[in-house]
Design a protein around this ligand. Structure first.
Ligand code: C2E
Ligand code: CA
Ligand code: CA
Ligand code: CA
Length: 267
């Protein structure tokens, strides 16, 4: 029996079939969700620490599923990226954020997450320009958040797109900074206007002196390079205190506010 299972896919086939089927069903579901307009953007406040006022909001996608309720992005973004559906979903998110924050009477900044797939498989600059123009969102009101996954390919196309974003006057944030394989070289090669320190370090910095030193070093590094810093995942007054004392620019986290529908955010 042992010999049989070795080298035979049969034993694994039911599970494989199940996964493939589950994926297929989710993909169908995602396509119809796009059609039926079931995606929504929630917004989480980002607070400016020197003025104490609202600096802007980060747009975070949710899926308002007819039977499953509100589905978190962790449960559908990976497959959306795998299937390429994230291109349309990301285009929708840019437009929706621009629709919510555009117009003459609104100067509030909004940050939108962009997937590596959108860099490879769409004309991102064009999508951004269209969203800005269509809903009268000023370029300074928009920030694009990317993770280092975008930079791993490290080709001239990526650099061109990132420079194009900055040339529009749109902000560019490096998300989850410090997590993963962050290379300091990224900071010299690419035109970031902001670093977002991963919430892992904000969590660690209270109990661990080395994490605290790291956060402080990131802050001075960024300041020397002309970049702003947002601390992510701020949950306690102790963390906030320490970030204020360390001259962090902006904070975001459950302590300041949870992601909420546009109709609920206090503007
Ligand atoms: P992210 O871009 O790093 O977003 C921050 C995540 O941390 C959000 O989770 C947010 O709700 C959560 N968060 C905020 N404050 C706190 C806190 O104080 N403590 C803790 N524990 N968590 C906090 P969310 O909304 O579930 O999003 C998860 C990820 O899904 C995002 O991580 C981003 O990578 C991705 N995502 C969300 N919306 C979009 C989108 O429109 N496009 C793309 N490509 N990715 C998206
Ligand atoms: Ca405006
Ligand atoms: Ca983000
Ligand atoms: Ca993040």
């Amino acid at each position: 029996a042992k010999d049989d299972s070795r080298g035979s896919v049969y034993e694994f086939e039911p599970e494989f079939a199940y996964n493939a089927k589950a994926k297929y069903l989710l993909e169908q579901d995602l396509m119809s969700a796009l059609d039926k307009n079931e995606f929504v953007l929630y917004y989480q406040v980002q607070q400016n620490l020197s003025t104490g006022s609202v600096a802007g909001y980060e747009a975070l996608m949710r899926w308002q599923h007819p039977t499953k309720g509100l589905v978190s992005p962790a449960d559908f973004i990976p497959l959306a990226e795998e299937t390429g559906l994230i291109v349309q979903m990301g285009r929708w998110a840019l437009k929706q954020a621009a629709r919510d924050f555009g117009g003459k009477d609104n100067n509030t900044r909004v940050a939108v997450n962009v997937s590596p797939v959108q860099f490879r498989e769409s004309n991102l600059i064009e999508d951004i320009q269209q969203a800005l123009a269509e809903y009268d969102l000023a370029p300074e009101q928009l920030e694009i958040e990317i993770t280092e996954d975008v930079l791993i390919e490290d080709n001239s196309n990526t650099l061109n797109i990132l420079e194009g974003i900055r040339e529009l006057g749109v902000g560019l944030s490096l998300d989850d900074f410090g997590a993963g394989y962050s290379s300091l070289g990224y900071l010299t090669r690419y035109p970031f206007s902001k670093l977002k320190i991963d919430r892992y370090f904000i969590d660690q910095m209270i109990r661990d002196e080395r994490s605290q030193s790291l956060v402080k070093s990131i802050l001075s590094l960024a300041s020397n390079m002309g970049m702003k810093v947002t601390a992510e995942g701020v949950e306690t007054p102790e963390q906030l205190d320490l970030l204020i004392k360390s001259n962090c620019d902006e904070v975001q986290g459950y302590l300041l506010g949870r992601p909420e529908p546009f109709s609920k955010i206090n503007r």
